[in-house]
Design a protein around this ligand. Structure first.
Ligand SMILES: Cc1ncc(C[n+]2csc(CCOP(=O)(O)OP(=O)(O)O)c2C)c(N)n1
Length: 632
């Protein structure tokens, strides 16, 4: 079935294939994609949609000297297969396997690394400008989806590109979807362009009518020209891009290899920036994905025949608890509004969006805008809740400082996927937030360890007069009790969970469960540890920590965050400020490196953030120095 595919030695071979052979190859590629992603999980629907487009790109350009920059990069699987990674494709997103995103250290064909959205035009413009300055002639192509085009960086890059007039091809892959249905005025405009054939005819007709009017006076001509000008905005396809100084080609059928190749060739022959508007169907070729592209945007392993997920776990996640609690609280407080940046479902806001459509805002892939818009709403008396994955909130750092915290506005930032996320890998791990949030004045930062505590934190946060951030990881959210009511938590107070001697383990958020398990195991071997729940990263519970330090002399901090600048770092700063000399503090967290991809379990283990890792750290403290040296 995959004969043609296996006969390829590299992307250059595609140039020798006829369009009919390329179409056959497209079917083979879909087969490989489906059978592999059904086992590994991954971004299925985006890749099914770009099979023909990727073939046409590689049949037209000469990668790697010509450079293709994929936006987000979640749709680069076909590109990976065609550029020498067919044999390893089964290891997609696995520990030690190939990445689900472009990685230049994986292949010279991956022109630029990605994972976060809307960077491709900026990166491609940089590559193109460097090419010009170096006197080189290669082509540079940015492939960006209509969803990613809603991100501010994409607009900034278009603005600059139109000004520089650099030779650069942008392929706009328009499938009308972000993860869910795309939103925004630009998306509406692209829809208008989809209807282009009719509009193009209308424009030709209008020009024809004007030309045919005999002996009209100058005033009439000027008047008619004016009408034509204003109609242009309506009827000339791509006027928005043309006005920016970017030639517009399209819209074209993104599943027609002949049309794709012809248009790409046409774009190559032009000077200056060109945008090709390509229409594709997300999930193309797999019934279940075409019917439900959102479900198959990113999927776990599934049954190819039925399209059903293989993971049937019904464990509730922190996301689920947040979604239910915020909807519940919003029913009692009309000031609560919710904002997301194109991640309605991922952040648990689907229920809220249905129940309170007027109080819910999907702003597109625009994290910065979401945070500042929330600040505006808070200024006017609302209680905005901004739910964004930790890694994507990095985009909005200045907005958090400058627009929210400086004005002490009551915005609740909810950071999902805070910690190691697993197979999406280094671009997606949310391991920096405790460090970057802890440093901002006026901000309260909390991390829940279980269900009731998360509910109480949301409730407590909404009672504050200033900004609050709550962060939690992508994992099961345990329940300590089945109480459903909400409690006001004492601000900045930690709690002792297990009382012991000698060594105190202070855990942040969901790491508490791991610390408790470690303490039970240690107890069986005769080591009695205290286990404490930090609960608040800021304000720091100084008294609590000083008491623990006085009674234990050995503190171990466990946090799913980089150790640099995190909660443990705050503890060390405080201990140094109090000039405590007889206390040792050991930090367990993410080391100073970009952590690879793999299951959460493997990655936590690699970072020493599992039960074994905590027990090891305790034993190292308990071993006399000499023995420790020998062991190392
Ligand atoms: C800054 C940022 N925010 C959110 C995301 C999550 N995300 C990944 S793909 C995607 C949708 C992209 O839509 P589009 O560019 O149209 O590509 P498609 O999947 O439809 O092919 C989103 C929101 C991200 N990668 N980066």
């Amino acid at each position: 079935m995959t004969d043609l595919l296996h006969s390829l030695t590299g992307p250059a071979d595609l140039k020798r294939l006829s369009d009919a052979q390329l179409t056959k190859l497209a079917a083979e590629l879909r087969q490989v994609l489906l059978t592999t992603v059904a086992q590994t999980g991954g971004h299925l629907a985006p890749n099914l949609g770009v099979v023909e487009l990727t073939l046409a790109l590689h049949a037209t350009f000469n990668s790697p000297s010509d450079q293709i920059v994929w936006d987000v990069g979640h749709q680069s699987y076909i590109h990976k297969i065609l550029t020498g990674r067919l044999a390893e494709f089964g290891t997609l997103r696995q520990y030690n396997g190939i990445s689900g995103f472009p990685r230049p250290d994986e292949s010279e064909h991956d022109a630029f690394a990605a994972g976060h959205s809307s960077t491709s035009i900026s990166a491609a413009l940089g590559l193109a400008k460097a090419r010009d300055l170096m006197g080189m002639k290669n082509k540079v192509v940015a492939v960006i989806g209509d969803g990613s085009l809603t991100g501010g960086m994409a607009f900034e890059a278009l603005n600059h590109l139109g000004h520089l007039q650099t030779d650069l091809i942008i392929v706009l892959n328009d499938n009308e979807m972000s993860i869910s249905k795309n939103v925004g005025a630009l998306s509406r405009y692209l829809n208008l362009l989809r209807m282009n054939p009719k509009l193009r005819r209308l424009k030709t007709d209008i020009q024809g009518w004007i030309e045919k009017i005999p002996h009209v006076g100058q005033a009439t001509i000027r008047y008619l020209e004016k009408i034509e000008d204003s109609l242009k905005f309506l009827v000339i396809p791509g006027m928005f891009f043309e006005e920016l100084g970017i030639s517009y080609l399209g819209p074209i059928n993104g599943h027609d290899i002949t049309e794709l190749k012809m248009t790409l060739k046409n774009a190559c022959d032009r000077k200056g920036p060109v945008l090709i508007h390509v229409l594709t169907t997300k999930g193309k070729g797999y019934r279940f994905a075409e019917q439900n592209p959102e479900k198959f945007h990113g999927t776990g392993p599934f049954d190819l025949k039925t399209g059903m997920k293989l993971d049937h776990s019904t464990n509730q996640s922190f996301t689920d608890v947040f979604g239910t609690a915020i909807t519940d609280l919003a029913a009692k407080d009309r000031r609560i509004v919710a904002l997301t940046a194109a991640m309605t479902d991922g952040t648990g806001l689907s229920g809220f969006s249905k129940r309170f459509p007027d109080r819910f805002f999907d702003v597109g892939i625009a994290e910065q805008h979401a945070v500042t818009m929330a600040a505006g709403m808070a200024k006017k008396g609302l209680r905005p809740v901004v739910a964004i994955y930790s890694t994507f909130l990095q985009r909005a750092y200045d907005q958090i400082i400058h627009d929210v915290c400086f004005q002490k506005l009551p915005v609740l930032l909810v950071l999902d996927r805070a910690g190691l996320v697993g197979p999406d890998g280094p671009t997606h791990h949310g391991v920096f937030d405790l460090s970057f949030l802890r440093q901002i004045p006026n901000l309260i930062v909390m991390a829940p360890s279980e269900e009731g505590e998360l509910r109480d934190m949301i409730y407590t946060a909404l009672q504050q007069d200033g900004p609050v951030a709550i962060r939690y990881p992508k994992c099961e959210c345990l329940s300590k009790s089945d109480h459903q009511e909400y409690h006001l938590l004492p601000l900045g107070k930690g709690e002792i969970v297990i009382s012991g001697r000698e060594i105190a383990i202070i855990a942040v958020g969901a790491m508490l469960q791991t610390a408790i398990s470690a303490a039970f195991r240690l107890k069986r071997s005769g080591v009695n540890c205290t286990v404490a729940n930090a609960r608040f990263i800021k304000p720091l519970d100084e008294e609590f920590i000083l008491n623990l330090a006085a009674s234990h002399q050995n503190l171990i901090i466990v946090e799913e965050n980089i150790t640099a600048g995190g909660y443990g770092s705050a503890v060390l700063e405080m201990i140094a400020a109090h000039r405590l000399k007889d206390v040792t503090v050991k930090l367990l967290g993410i080391p100073d490196q970009f952590v690879t991809q793999g299951t959460r379990e493997i990655l936590l283990q690699q970072c020493g953030l599992d039960v074994n890792g905590i027990c090891r750290a305790v034993r190292e403290i308990k071993l006399p120095t000499v023995a420790r040296r020998v062991r190392v």
